[in-house]
Design a protein around this ligand. Structure first.
Ligand code: SAM
Length: 320
């Protein structure tokens, strides 16, 4: 189900709202637990989580984006706290607040609609804006800064690996040729350079889609954060606690799927060794669900189209 949060300015329609929160199983005593929303955005999932918590429940949320933080600071619920940092830091950030174990974690990956729709953030090739693309505008390098200085081979690798773009070589070459003539500082400018370099067209897809996805993933270290975030989240889950992760493209979804699989199918010793079945390494997680948005949700919110929710539960077993 999609929900629209009405805030002044840009709106975000939360994807798989009920599905991701229902999966955390907040019934009974679990409503008094401690939970993490690693990607606050405009707070759609957080507000539903808070509505399901008892008075003694707690919710910690994270976001990199100062505008998301401003929205979160207006929540004004004593059970809720917001951290302006990557969810990859959740373990240390919450340990500093005396929390080492939680009863459920939600990650709704990628960017929010306000980030895409606000041309001044530089995420969109559909409208002209400065080539920024940082979720956290208070630190790090903008896309324009990176594109101005990156070696051609790095541009090519990022565009190929993170955009799954087969014209990565031609695009990197075109970027390097253009930046020798003029700075590449605008979204439409980059989109036009890419469109010239991409020789075939994918149906219903702007030729700049893959390159913009790649640059955004690189600038925001999205896959590094996801890898670190999944490990941190797993380490914080109490036995019986669940993790709901919504991803929006195949690179993310593959990482989530493989991470869960590595906890479900733990390495077994050589079968010829005399080890009793009871002493064999046990699964550390069990898979609960893989859910895609309904046709109705996709009709109402086309950005939900590529979403996949995966849910897994921590089992009592100890990591090897
Ligand atoms: C799809 S939106 C989340 C929407 C949110 N569930 C809602 O209902 O409003 C993703 C949000 O996560 C943030 N984000 C992405 N990666 C992050 C990370 N590694 N750490 C913290 N925040 C992150 C983005 O800035 C964005 O605000």
């Amino acid at each position: 189900m999609t929900e629209t949060l009405t805030v002044p300015g840009f709106q975000h329609r939360t994807v798989l709202l009920d599905e991701a929160v229902d999966a955390l199983n907040l019934e009974g005593a679990r409503a008094s637990g401690t939970y993490i929303d690693g990607t606050f955005g405009r707070g759609g999932h957080s507000r539903l989580l808070l509505s399901r918590l008892s008075d003694s429940g707690r919710l910690f949320a994270f976001d990199k984006d100062p505008q998301a933080i401003a929205t979160a600071e207006a929540v004004g619920d004593p059970r809720f706290a917001i951290v302006h940092d990557s969810f990859a830091t959740m373990h240390d950030a919450l340990a500093a607040r005396g929390v080492n174990q939680v009863d459920g974690i939600l990650l709704d990956l990628g960017i929010s609609s306000p980030q895409v729709d606000d041309a001044s953030r530089g995420f969109s090739f559909r409208q002209d804006g400065p080539l920024d693309m940082r979720m956290d505008t208070t630190r790090g390098m903008s896309a324009a800064e990176w594109i101005a200085t990156a070696p051609e081979q790095q541009l090519e690798k990022v565009i190929r690996d993170y955009g799954e773009e087969r014209y990565a070589f031609q695009i990197a070459k075109a970027i390097v040729a253009r930046r020798a003539i003029e700075p590449i500082s605008g979204t439409r400018q980059l989109a036009a350079i890419v469109a010239d370099a991409v020789k075939t067209r994918e149906k219903g897809k702007d030729p700049a889609t893959r390159t913009f996805q790649a640059v955004r993933i690189f600038i925001n270290k999205e896959l590094e954060d996801l890898e670190a975030g999944l490990s941190a989240a797993y380490a914080m889950l109490a036995p019986g606690a669940r993790m709901s992760v919504i991803s929006f493209h195949s690179l993310e979804d593959r990482m989530v799927k493989q991470f869960f699989a590595s906890k479900v199918k733990v390495a077994q010793p050589d079968r010829r060794l005399p080890i009793r079945a009871v002493d064999l390494p046990q699964p550390l997680m069990k898979l609960i669900a893989k859910i895609k948005p309904s046709d109705e949700e996709v009709d109402a919110n086309p950005r939900a189209r590529s979403a996949v929710l995966r849910v897994a539960e921590r089992l009592p077993g100890e990591a090897a």
